[in-house]
Design a protein around this ligand. Sequence first.
Ligand SMILES: Nc1ncnc2c1ncn2[C@@H]1O[C@H](COP(=O)(O)OP(=O)(O)O)[C@@H](O)[C@H]1O
Ligand SMILES: [Mg+2]
Length: 208
Amino acid sequence: MNTARLTELILNLGQVIEQNRDYLTDLDRAIGDADHGINMTKGFRAVADKLQAVAPADPAAAMKTVGMTLISTVGGASGPLYGTAFLRAAAAVAGKADLGRDDLLTVVEAALGGIKERGKAELGDKTIVDALQPAAEAIRTGLQSGAPTAEVARRAAAAARKGAEGTKEYAARKGRASYLGERSIGHQDPGATSTTLMLEALASFLEG
Ligand SMILES: Nc1ncnc2c1ncn2[C@@H]1O[C@H](COP(=O)(O)OP(=O)(O)O)[C@@H](O)[C@H]1O
Ligand SMILES: [Mg+2]
């Protein structure tokens, strides 16, 4: 995947987030402060403006722009978390002109590492990690199995969706929703859901 196609993918992620703005905000209304879809839409609109104003030099530069823009424009916890994820992903592929099959794992694992380090959440805390970690595992297994990259991405998206839906079963231990304690049970985590939507968009993009 070259820089132009990655840029197209990032713009696509932003569109999918925007299409799901109200859904993500409604999820956050139940266990947070009803702004996750608004935050993410605002962030990705700023990203689109930047990427369209100045074409990034390479894939790492494109992801660095995403990371820095999300950190500087998103007020909620998700901004610095997703921002760190994209900055780490960028650093992991620094200097490459093209991203290949194995870079999918490199990028997703770097993103996951950044989120876990920044947010201190582990699997089962009802956060982004509950979607992204199973996705990273599915990518590792899928690549080893020799499946085509698009199919690997589709499996990762399915693993993320399962993880996100699974967050309904338990209470939040990190972020705003953790203030609700047991009352957060029964509700799906907004951040795990936005992660799932982005991975589904990635899979569709690679299939298309
Ligand atoms: N420490 C954390 N680690 C990982 N993800 C987190 C953490 N804290 C919050 N989140 C994610 O952020 C989402 C909320 O994002 P958002 O509503 O945009 O920010 P805020 O909670 O500040 O309003 C949660 O649904 C959760 O997935
Ligand atoms: Mg919120």
